[in-house]
Ligand binder design. Structure first.
Ligand SMILES: Nc1nc2c(ncn2[C@@H]2O[C@H](COP(=O)(O)OP(=O)(O)O)[C@@H](O)[C@H]2O)c(=O)[nH]1
Ligand SMILES: [Mg+2]
Length: 242
C-alpha cells in the first residue's frame, strides 16, 4: 500500500512543540510519513524539525523563508509533494490537539469511498473533547452559518485541524491560492462541491468523530485573526457564488 503523508505546518512552535511525543510516535510507527513545513518562524522551530528529520527517515522538512500563514504553507507542501509517492495526503496542527495516535486511527478510514476525511470534534459520553468554551460557541455559530448559507452540506466540524485527502483530489483543490487565512478548509469543501457536485460530496466525504481532542490552550491565532473571520466568510461567500 502507498503511504500517507501528513503535512504539519509550523509557525513559531518552539515553546509548545512536544518533540517527545513526536519521537515516541515515530520510534514505533512507520505507517505515516510526516512533512513539516516551517512557515518563516523566527524562533528555533526549524532546529527542532531538523532534529526529527535527522533521526527518522519517515520525516521531511520544508522551509519557507517568509511567513505565509497556515493555509498557504499547507498548499505549498501539497503542490510540492510528488503524487507518485502517496495515495493520500493529510494535514495536522503541530500542537497535537489531535494526537498522532488519533491521526493514525482516522487514516485507517481511507478507502475508495472515503476520498476526503475530516476529524470531527463531537463531545459525547464516549469521547474526550476538551475545547475552550468560547471557541466552541464561535465554532458552532460558524458551522451553522456555513451549513445553511454557504456550503449547504450538513458537515458538523469543518475547522478541526486533522484532514486526509486522496492525493489526486488534493492536487486539484489546492491548485489556487485561498481567499481566507483561517477558513481555507471551507474553501476546500466548496471547491470539491463545485468541481464534483453535491452527490460526490455526500458519497466521498467522511466525517470521523475523534475519540480525543484536547485544546492545548496556546493558540497561534491572534485577536485580529478573529475579527477577520466574518470578513473572510463574506469573501468566501462572494468568491464561490461565481
Ligand atoms: N498562527 C499561525 N499559525 C500558523 C501559521 N503558519 C502555520 N501555522 C500553524 O497552524 C497550526 C494551527 O495553529 P494553532 O495555533 O494550533 O491554531 P488553533 O488550534 O486553531 O488555535 C499550527 O500548526 C501552527 O504552527 C501562521 O502564520 N500563523
Ligand atoms: Mg491548536
Amino acid at each position: 500500500m502507498q503511504k500517507i503523508c501528513v503535512i504539519i505546518p509550523c509557525y513559531n512552535e518552539g515553546l509548545r512543540f512536544n518533540i517527545e511525543a513526536y519521537n515516541q510516535f515515530l520510534n514505533t510507527h512507520q505507517e505515516l510519513d510526516m512533512c513539516f513545513v516551517n512557515d518563516g518562524s523566527s524562533d528555533n522551530t526549524l532546529d527542532l524539525l531538523n532534529q526529527l528529520q535527522t533521526r527518522f527517515n519517515t520525516v521531511s522538512v520544508m522551509n519557507l523563508e517568509k511567513n505565509v500563514g497556515k493555509a498557504e504553507a499547507i498548499r505549498y507542501a501539497v503542490l510540492s509533494i510528488s503524487a507518485e509517492n502517496y495515495k493520500y495526503l493529510g494535514y495536522l496542527d503541530a500542537d497535537l490537539s489531535t494526537s498522532l495516535d488519533e491521526m493514525l486511527r482516522i487514516s485507517t478510514f481511507t478507502s475508495e469511498s472515503a476520498k476526503f476525511i475530516l476529524g470531527s470534534r463531537i463531545k459525547t459520553l464516549n469521547t474526550s473533547i476538551k475545547r475552550n468554551p468560547l471557541r466552541h460557541i464561535l465554532g458552532r455559530a460558524l458551522a451553522t452559518i456555513v451549513n445553511t448559507l454557504i456550503l449547504k452540506l450538513p458537515i458538523y466540524d469543518t475547522q478541526c485541524g486533522a484532514k486526509i485527502i486522496k492525493t489526486s483530489l488534493a492536487k486539484d483543490i489546492f491548485k489556487q491560492p485561498f481567499v481566507s487565512k483561517w477558513l481555507f478548509d471551507i474553501e476546500l469543501l466548496l471547491r470539491i462541491n463545485k468541481l464534483k457536485g453535491s452527490q460526490f460530496c455526500k458519497q466521498y466525504i467522511l466525517e470521523v468523530p475523534l475519540k480525543k481532542w484536547h485544546d492545548n490552550g496556546n493558540t497561534r491565532i491572534t485577536f485580529t485573526d478573529f475579527i477577520f473571520i466574518p470578513i473572510d466568510l463574506l469573501k468566501i461567500y462572494f468568491q464561490y457564488q461565481k
